[in-house]
Design a protein. Sequence first.
Length: 286
Amino acid sequence: MLPDFKIQWYPGHMAKAKRNIKENLSLVDLIIEVRDARAPLASANPTLSSLGEHKKRIIVLNKADLADDAVTQKWQALFPEAIVFSGKETQSIKILQKKLDQIGQKLKADWLQREKGLRPYRALILGMPNVGKSTIINALSRSSKAKTGEKPGVTRGKQWISLPNGWQLLDTPGVMVPEAVIGNTGLFLALINAIEEKLYDEELAALHFLKWLLENKPQTLSERYKISNIDDPLALLEEIGRKRGCLRSGGYVETSKAALILLRDFREGHLGRLSLEIPETLVERS
Ligand SMILES: Nc1nc2c(ncn2[C@@H]2O[C@H](COP(=O)(O)OP(=O)(O)OP(=O)(O)O)[C@@H](O)[C@H]2O)c(=O)[nH]1
Ligand SMILES: [Mg+2]
């Protein structure tokens, strides 16, 4: 039996995050909520969403290039308003740009009707750490003004970035939602690298991920690691370590290293396009 997967949250973090979001919301006309297309529910922001209930919102399912296309289409059918996005594909940038243009035109018409002066349209980019908020801003502004990086917590402070189409986007640090972590949510957040590594045990995350793969996508293991007849997560991690040269003298396998290889393989798409959450499984479970 694997021990439960747990995340060590900082107390007080959430209250500060809420205060920041409230402050930022008062500055903008629109919320662009970025989620990860591989886990659109785990990477949602239910608590924080309720703070901005009265603001217009666009949901962007980012990193679609890493998710299973067929599954993403199902999510799109459930959330027809959501924009499926990949920072790596120009087509999806155009779709988001068009959406912003439409909303901008509506705002302008409304301001003119109410005889209000014109000003730039403003949007707040909101989402869990590492979902790709800054990358989206850079894609839209065709610049690299927003700092991006493969670890969570890259954006530290607020930054306004202007787009050629009259919008100003407010980049913000990613926000975690500890209250919302139930079932596999914490594990999925760790896998998509939305949680700082010091807050959880990476080897345990890898073992839980292997258990999930065995139950949901066993072919991934044979395709990537050429392993097909092991059905115990720890034995599987050891075998991955053996195949990837994570060995110490005496044939001892460094499973902590093997865990990092597995996590990196998933995050960089080497396990193929893989969606962690699938609408059907959610329906079956409820
Ligand atoms: N494959 C893929 N990678 C992406 C995509 N969007 C962003 N990334 C990568 O994901 C990582 C995180 O991107 P950021 O834009 O820094 O994420 P963020 O949400 O601003 O993160 P914080 O500032 O830490 O909250 C970077 O390594 C990006 O290159 C995408 O659509 N596809
Ligand atoms: Mg950022």
